[in-house]
Design a protein. Sequence first.
Length: 120
Amino acid sequence: MKSSKFLARKRRGLKAKYVIKQTNKPRLVVFRSISHIYCQVVQPSSKGDVVIAQASTVEKDLRSKLEGSKVEQAKAIGKLIAERTLNGKVSEIAFDRNGFNYHGRIKALADAAREAGLNF
């Protein structure tokens, strides 16, 4: 049986995702695991969602460069996803925190992406 904490996060995530999908903007989707953080920019289309850019702490070329705490790593990923998204000619996005609280690593990633030029 799934824990109520997990189900509550999923429920929050689905409610927010429904509202964000109504805007028809590309969305920055974030997933946080215990040791890594993953994010991707997804463009909605009639055939299904298309991934424009992605970044995570699991990437081989980034793993050696990332040092410090998980929050510092999230900041680096935020800057990287903003850079990759702006190269794809997208600057206006919606932030999908996937039910996670806007705190800690999620907030650090969002702030770094804003500083690098993405508009939420």
